[in-house]
Structure formats: C-alpha cells, structure tokens
Ligand binder design. Structure first.
Ligand SMILES: C[S@@+](CC[C@H](N)C(=O)[O-])C[C@H]1O[C@@H](n2cnc3c(N)ncnc32)[C@H](O)[C@@H]1O
Length: 261
C-alpha cells in the first residue's frame, strides 16, 4: 500500500497520479498541470533540449519524491533517441517513501521502466548499459543514484562544476524554505557547470532573487497547457528570449528579499 499516515495518492489533471503530503500540506506536483506533464514541460524537455546533444549529462534531481523527474528523463531520452550517457543523482530525506514507491500507480509511459522503479525502491541505485556487442547503443545509458538523507549535506559532496542540469523541485519555499535560500543556491552554483541549467516550477520573486544574487540569469519557461516556470543559468540562454530584468524587478519591489539560512 502506498497510502499511509504521511501521504496519499491523488489523481492529477493529465490523468497521472501524484501524492499529497500530510507532513508538508502540499501535493508533490501541481494537480492542475498534471504530474507527468509538469515534470516533462517544466524540467525534462527544456533541460534536455539544451543538453541532450552532449555525450554525457550529469543531472542533480532535487528531490527524488515520487521519482517523476528521474523517470521522465529516462522516458524522454529513450523516446527521442538521445544516446547520451545520463547520470542522475537524487537526494531524498524520506526513506519510507522511496520504499513504498513499489506500490505507487505510475503513468503508462513508465510501464516499461518497472524494473528500474523496483531497483531504485529496493537498492537506491540503477545502472543500465544498453550497448550491443557491435558497440552501438540503442538508447540512453543510464546511471541513477538515490541518496537517502539531507539534500543540503549531499550537495556539498560533489566536485566543483559537475552538473549540467539541476531539477529544483523541492516542496514550495513556504513549506520547505531550507531548499530555497541564497546560501543553498550558492552551494548549487558551486557544483554546476558554468553553462549548466537549473529548472524550477517556482516563479516567486524570492526564488529568483536568491538565484540572481548568485549570478544566475533568469528566464521564463512558458508554454501552452502549463503555468509559467523558471529556467536559470550562469550563461546566457538564447533559446529562452531575453532574461528577466531583475534590476527592474528589484526597483519595483524594494522590500522583496531572498530567503536566507
Ligand atoms: C515536491 S517533492 C519532489 C517531487 C519529485 N521531484 C517528483 O518528481 O516526484 C519534495 C521531496 O523533497 C523531500 N525533502 C524535503 N526536504 C528534504 C531535504 N532536506 N533533503 C532531501 N529531501 C528532502 C520530501 O521528502 C519530498 O519527497
């Protein structure tokens, strides 16, 4: 049984299930945008459009939760013949949640990844090498590691400049502020490549300020069928149009502040 005293499954509007956390009083995904849809359009698609041409892609998935961002990355890479080696590192504080995912109802798009889901629930690691004997790889080679513990500690364990992509998908800044502070994003910046991209559903000015104060350029990720989201990078991203004019935002909102530890 997935449902217990801490979380219950909830149907979201794209037909995929998400969950409601009684501890944080929040859903794991936007029920309006849909769990799978949100994961794809706010995180996976914009990130892999920018980085999917690389031989190897290192992804930090903050935090594992129900595993949608990790699984949607594998799904999207396979569907789009992305042959990059993909390494995903994902912290998750709630070990009981990870174990219980074996009985979570995932969307049909993830059906073929049942073995990955089980391996991750049981061992926290999945390694795939799908190269044939002739050396040709038919789809993404994937390495996934779940770290059971505090994301703030975990992110300090990586070398400088390791990550191409960061999925910033913690509970909201109000519910879980410790994963949205200026100091937190400073640690994230330290482990990102200078042309790395960070994706997040948050459009809060406090979030954008915390990123801006660390030197990130801020872009709006907008599209049909989902609410605006944010893309941030230490480099300029031409494909997202002009960066948000943060100096103007600050001038218009002089009392706005980033969150601090
Ligand atoms: C919004 S959910 C993540 C949803 C996930 N990305 C998905 O696609 O299913 C946030 C997760 O962060 C976890 N969490 C909260 N604080 C944490 C921390 N300090 N370190 C690691 N995980 C944390 C919660 O247990 C929860 O599972």
């Amino acid at each position: 049984m997935f449902d217990n005293e801490l979380h219950t499954m909830t149907l979201s509007e794209d037909g995929s299930y998400t969950a409601y956390s009684k501890e944080y009083n929040e859903h794991y995904h936007s029920t309006k945008d849909g769990a799978l849809h949100e994961s794809l359009v706010k995180h996976v698609i914009p990130a892999l459009r920018l980085k999917g041409h690389q031989d190897e892609i290192n992804i930090l998935d903050i935090c594992y939760g129900l595993g949608f961002n990790t699984l949607a990355t594998i799904y999207y890479a396979k569907k789009n013949n992305i042959t990059s080696k993909i390494n995903i590192y994902s912290p998750e504080l709630d070990a009981t949640l990870v174990k219980s995912l074996v009985s979570f109802t995932y969307p049909k798009e993830f059906e073929e990844f049942r073995d990955i889901i089980i391996e991750l629930c049981e061992n926290g690691v999945y390694d795939e090498n799908s190269c044939h004997s002739d050396g040709i790889c038919s789809y993404a080679r994937t390495h996934v590691e779940i770290f059971l513990g505090d994301a703030r500690e975990y992110i300090k364990s990586f070398p400088h400049g390791m990550f191409d992509i960061v999925y910033q998908d913690a509970f909201s800044p109000t519910a879980n502020p410790i994963l949205w502070t200026q100091e937190y994003f400073s640690d994230i910046k330290n482990i990102m490549k200078c042309d790395g991209v960070l994706t997040t559903y948050s459009t809060a000015l406090a979030t954008r300020l915390a990123l801006h104060e660390n030197g990130f350029n801020i872009y709006i990720n907008s599209g049909k069928g989902f609410r605006d989201a944010t893309i941030a990078s230490l480099s300029e991203l031409d494909s997202f149009g002009d960066a948000v004019d943060m100096e103007h935002k600050i001038a218009c909102n002089p009392l706005a502040k980033s969150l601090r530890d």
